[in-house]
Ligand binder design. Structure first.
Ligand SMILES: [Zn+2]
Length: 387
C-alpha cells in the first residue's frame, strides 16, 4: 500500500493514498483547534431510529470560491486542509463531523432505560467518526473522469479506511459514499466523498439483515444469492455483467436511476475484495458513472454508497454492494422527496426499471459524451420544480 499517515495541526488524522509509491513529509503550519461539543444522538421511540444532532455543522464551509477551497492542495500563500503541494487521494477526519466520539451505543439500551426515559427520547453523547475522501487534487475534475488506476486507489482507500474504522471503539458500521452535484446538496465542488463510521447499525442495514435472516429461516437459502440469480436469469434489468460484478437496476427501484453493483460471490465488507475484484470494479464503476453522465445533458447528480456488514457478526446475511442513484428523472426535472416519500416512506418511481436499464445499456462507451465535450455547460442545467 502506498500510504502515508500524518496529523493535521489540531490533531486530526490525515492519510495519503498514492497511485505509485511516494515519500511524503507532512507539516501543517496552521494554528487551529477542533471545535468542541455540539454532537448528540436522540432516539425516536416510534421509528426506533437514532437522529444525530450536530449543531457545529451549521458553521461549516459552504460553496467557497475555488481559491478558498479547503480540499485543494496547500500553496505557500494559503494553507488548506491538505498540507501538501500535490496529492492523489487524501483522507482526513472531518472538521465538522456528524458523528464523533468513542462511546459505543449499548446494545441493551432500551431494556435498561425506564419507560419515562424511553418515552421522552433517549439521549446519547455523540459518537462515531466522519472522514472526507478527496479523489484528486484537481478542483475542476470529476470522479467519472478519473483514470482506472486512480479509481483503483480510491477503492483501496475505501477498503483500508473501512477496516480501520471498524476497529475503533465508537464505530459499529462503516458507510463510504459520495454526493455529487449541487442538486444533491453538495457544499464543496472539489471532487470528494465521505466515510461515516456510525456508532450503531443503521436502519436500512438492520432491515436488510432482518429480511435476509427471515428468508433464510423460511427458505433455507440466501436472499442475496437468489435475487442475483433471478436477475441474471431474467436479464432485462442487467446493465452490465463482468467476471466479478453485476450491475443492475432492481425490480423495486425507488429512484429514476438506481443502479446496484453486486459482487458475483458472497462478500460482506470492502476489505475482503481481492486485487482482481478491485481492478474489475474500478473499470466497471467508471463506465457506469460515464453512462450516467450521458443520460441527460449536463452531469448526473447522484448519491453513491457502499452497503456493507456491520462490525458485529452478521452470520453471512449481508452481501457487500454499491448503490448508485440519482434524483434526476428527466431533462431539467428532479425527483423530490415529497408527501408520499418524505411523509410516509412510500416511493413512487416514474420510470420503469426495465426501461432505464435499456437506456443505460444503450449508452455504452462509444456513445457521444456531452458532459465531456462541453464541461462549461455541464452541471449548470437549470432545474424545474415538480408540480
Ligand atoms: Zn478544491
Amino acid at each position: 500500500m502506498n500510504l502515508t499517515h500524518a496529523h493535521l495541526a489540531d490533531g486530526r488524522d490525515i492519510f495519503f493514498f498514492d497511485d505509485e509509491p511516494r515519500e511524503r513529509t507532512v507539516e501543517d503550519p496552521r494554528e487551529i483547534t477542533r471545535p468542541e461539543g455540539g454532537n448528540e444522538m436522540r432516539f425516536d421511540p416510534f421509528l426506533q431510529e437514532w437522529v444525530a444532532i450536530a449543531a457545529a455543522r451549521q458553521n461549516r464551509t459552504h460553496l467557497p470560491s475555488s481559491d478558498q477551497c479547503p480540499l485543494c492542495p496547500s500553496t505557500p500563500e494559503r494553507a488548506s486542509e491538505i498540507p501538501q503541494a500535490q496529492y492523489d487521494v487524501a483522507v482526513f477526519e472531518n472538521r465538522f463531523p456528524s458523528f464523533r466520539g468513542d462511546e459505543p451505543v449499548p446494545a441493551d439500551l432500551l431494556s435498561t432505560s425506564d419507560a419515562e426515559q424511553e418515552a421522552a427520547g433517549l439521549v446519547q453523547p455523540g459518537s462515531g467518526r466522519c472522514e472526507v475522501v478527496c479523489f484528486t487534487d484537481d478542483h475542476t475534475s470529476q470522479l467519472a473522469q478519473a483514470t482506472t488506476t486512480r479509481m483503483r486507489t480510491v477503492v483501496d482507500a475505501w477498503a483500508a479506511r473501512s477496516e480501520a474504522l471498524l476497529q475503533m471503539p465508537g464505530v459499529e458500521q462503516v458507510y463510504c459514499f459520495e454526493n455529487r452535484g449541487e442538486e444533491i446538496g453538495v457544499t464543496l465542488h472539489h471532487p470528494h466523498g465521505q466515510i461515516y463510521g456510525y456508532p450503531f447499525i443503521t436502519p436500512r442495514t438492520r432491515r436488510i439483515l432482518d429480511s435476509a435472516e427471515s428468508y433464510r429461516q423460511r427458505r433455507d437459502s440466501d436472499l442475496f444469492a437468489d435475487v442475483l440469480a433471478a436477475e441474471q436469469a431474467e436479464g432485462s434489468r442487467i446493465v452490465r455483467r463482468t467476471e466479478h460484478w453485476t450491475a443492475f437496476i432492481p425490480a423495486w427501484a425507488r429512484w429514476p436511476v438506481e443502479l446496484q453493483i453486486w459482487p458475483n460471490r458472497p462478500i460482506e465488507r470492502l476489505p475482503e475484495l481481492t486485487e482482481a475484484e478491485r481492478d474489475d470494479f474500478a473499470e466497471l464503476y467508471l463506465d457506469m458513472l460515464r453512462r450516467g453522465d450521458r443520460l441527460f445533458s449536463g452531469r448526473l447528480p447522484y448519491i453513491s454508497g457502499w452497503q456493507q456488514a456491520p462490525r458485529s457478526a452478521s452470520q453471512g446475511l449481508m452481501r457487500l454492494h454499491c448503490q448508485l442513484f440519482s434524483i434526476r428523472r428527466a431533462e431539467n426535472k428532479l425527483k423530490y422527496l415529497a408527501g408520499s416519500e418524505s411523509g410516509m416512506g412510500v416511493f413512487i418511481n416514474d420510470i420503469a426499471p426495465e426501461e432505464m436499464a435499456q437506456r443505460l445499456r444503450d449508452l455504452a462507451e462509444d456513445a457521444a459524451d456531452p458532459a465531456a465535450a462541453d464541461p462549461a455547460a455541464a452541471g449548470t442545467a437549470s432545474t424545474e420544480e415538480e408540480a
